[in-house]
Design a protein around this ligand. Sequence first.
Ligand code: FES
Length: 168
Amino acid sequence: MDQQILAHILEGRRSQPNQLIEVLQDVQEQYDYIPREAMQIVSRELGVPVIEVYRVASFYKAFRLKPAGKHILTFCSGTACHVRSSDLLVNQATRQLGIDSGEVTPDGLFSIEQVNCLGACALGPIVVENGSYHHHMTPARLRKLIESIYEKETALKEAEVKVYAEIE
Ligand code: FES
């Protein structure tokens, strides 16, 4: 963990416990999750007990306590998507990837997250993959999306292996 980044985030906010959520948002933006070490430093620098920092970081779904997968699949569980069977999409992804919502695949390729609304209710059910919105999603289309990502990643890995083999 680059501590200089954290020092920059904390600038002008030290000893201000009311800055906790904003600081954690900035930490997540920079590191993509909230590292344990960062929680300890934030606790010390803001003057907030570490247990409280952990409580806040684990309470809000927007915060991640572990690094996310390379491909983050975000499912909308809001009312508009829910009535259009968004739960079937989550089931498809968890079955296909063998992980639960909030987890990362052992190869680090995928993580599954759920949020309450992605702000595109009329186009639901919505799935976002690393910032790309997929609207009117169906389990079959989702299965193909995941398969295509796997295929691209496999091709990428094979190309890398080939390059390294040529270098050696
Ligand atoms: S409820 Fe799914 S985008 Fe709003």
